[in-house]
Design a protein around this ligand. Structure first.
Ligand SMILES: Cc1cc2nc3c(=O)[nH]c(=O)nc-3n(C[C@H](O)[C@H](O)[C@H](O)COP(=O)(O)O)c2cc1C
Length: 433
């Protein structure tokens, strides 16, 4: 056992006199990123789409209240829920958009709150591609005209259209604009979302990307959009701005992006000045990010992607983070001991936003993982998301999270909230068109 003395420099949330016993020092030591920004410790709040934007798709008081809890929760970095680069392409109806027309003040406020406890503020930026609910938008662009296949839920999703080259260049510009504006607002960096079956992950996937031009076919072509965006963001935002990428360890679908390909993509990213690669997995069709894969495959019951991430770390020139299934301190420790530099947590921080502080006071403290054991993977995933989002809304309203929210009631409340957000979004888009 080592005796660890926390100083203000290591973690501002602890008084210099706090003396805590740990069996390892890595998790609670600072990490300097290639861009020279420093995380006070190795634990990161991963992105969770809140669906809580205010009017005009901007962050407002509810999001500020929510992030205040995380800001003072002892984390090393805080990644926002995905922020859209295009207001006509939304992962969800209550999403936040940052484009060239967005007022910057609400984002400045958001960044200030996120950074107020010493954590780095990283804005996740995203384009949904074909993973769009039809109620929000009937049409979506994707690498190819390949619709999402979700059994009886398929009809709830937009019709996919193959993006033209011009649209692809527009998307690159939109990512760069959002990154530049995040910097202007005071964020320490952005995370480019290339996982979970959204647009950049669709381009990487041979199942969805059936193009025969320079954007499809070989892995080099399928990765071209991601590589272009990362290079442009790095070039335009400067070397002191942090650029993170979230990538699937694999798609976990037959014919999807493989583990070997994910490693190859990371080898490409090595040359582009990326600060962190976050490893997750899956998509709406295969929600591996929640630990659910095909019956023929298995993931670890906790830290689902830790082994994959440790493999990727062997070829990665930048720090590697893994997210998924982490809610206990011994597991977080194992993750850093097995070769990963950063530990990402999402849903456990929805119920216990100060989980890291709780771990430091009591290493046995168990975070809550909300989950559904239904055999219908899509419904189970929907229920899990509903329960987590309910906790986020409660925190946003300064109500304490529930340790055991009812699954059915969470699903109903989420549906009601989403319907309200959808009506508001459609009215806004109709007004602006
Ligand atoms: C309500 C909810 C919203 C999410 N939104 C995002 C998102 O915006 N971007 C993202 O990369 N991942 C998102 N995720 C996935 C998480 O970042 C994470 O990869 C996944 O939940 C597994 O981590 P966990 O087991 O710690 O929850 C979301 C997860 C939940 C539960």
């Amino acid at each position: 056992m080592h005796l660890l003395l926390f100083t203000d420099k290591v973690n501002e949330h602890f008084s210099p006199t706090s003396i805590i016993m740990y069996s390892d020092q890595t998790l609670f030591t600072p990490l300097t990123l290639p861009c020279r920004k420093v995380l006070p410790n190795r634990i990161v709040k991963a992105a969770m789409e809140e669906n809580m934007s205010g009017a005009d798709l901007l962050p407002d008081h509810n999001l500020f209240s929510l992030y205040r809890y995380w800001a003072h929760g002892g984390l090393g970095a805080i990644i926002t829920g995905n922020v859209m680069v295009d207001k006509t392409a939304m992962t969800g109806p209550g999403g936040v958009v940052l484009d060239e027309t967005s007022p910057i003040e609400p984002f400045k406020n958001w960044a200030k709150i996120i950074r107020s406890g010493g954590a780095l503020a990283i804005m996740q930026i995203n384009h949904p591609g074909r993973q769009v609910f039809k109620a929000v938008n009937e049409h979506a662009i994707a690498p190819s005209a390949v619709n999402l296949k979700l059994g009886r839920y398929t009809k709830q999703f937009a019709q996919a259209h193959a993006a033209t080259c011009e649209q692809i260049y527009t998307i690159i510009r939109q990512f760069v604009t959002t990154a530049l504006r995040a910097r202007e607002a005071g964020f320490d960096g952005v995370e480019i979302h290339a996982a979970h079956g959204y647009l950049l992950s669709q381009f990487l996937s041979p199942l969805v990307n059936q193009r025969t031009d320079q954007w499809g076919g070989s892995l080099a072509n399928r990765a071209r959009l991601l590589i272009n965006i990362v290079s442009e963001v790095r070039a335009k935002c400067g070397n002191d701005f942090s650029v993170w990428v979230k990538l699937n360890a694999a798609d976990f679908q037959r014919g999807g992006m493989s583990q070997d390909e994910a490693r190859e993509v990371v080898a490409h990213l090595n040359k582009l000045g990326v600060d962190v690669v976050e490893i997750s997995g899956g998509s709406y069709e295969m929600p591996a990010m929640q630990g659910r894969v095909e019956d023929s495959q298995t993931l670890q019951s906790e830290a689902y992607f830790a082994q994959f991430a440790a493999e990727i770390a062997k070829v990665a020139g930048m720090p590697v983070m893994t997210t998924g299934g982490i809610s206990r301190l011994p597991v977080a420790r194992q993750v850093t001991e097995s070769g990963c530099d950063l530990v990402g947590m999402a849903s456990a921080l929805a119920t216990t936003p100060d989980l890291v502080k709780k771990w430091q006071e009591n290493p046995e403290y168990r975070g809550v993982m909300l989950t559904s054991s239904l055999s219908d993977k899509t419904l189970a995933s929907l229920i899990t998301m509903s329960m987590v989002r309910r906790q986020l809304r409660r925190l946003g309203n300064d109500l304490s999270p529930l340790r055991q929210p009812s699954q059915l009631w969470s699903l109903i409340l989420d549906a009601v909230h989403r319907a309200k957000m959808t009506r508001r979004y459609r009215a806004l888009i109709n007004r602006n068109s």
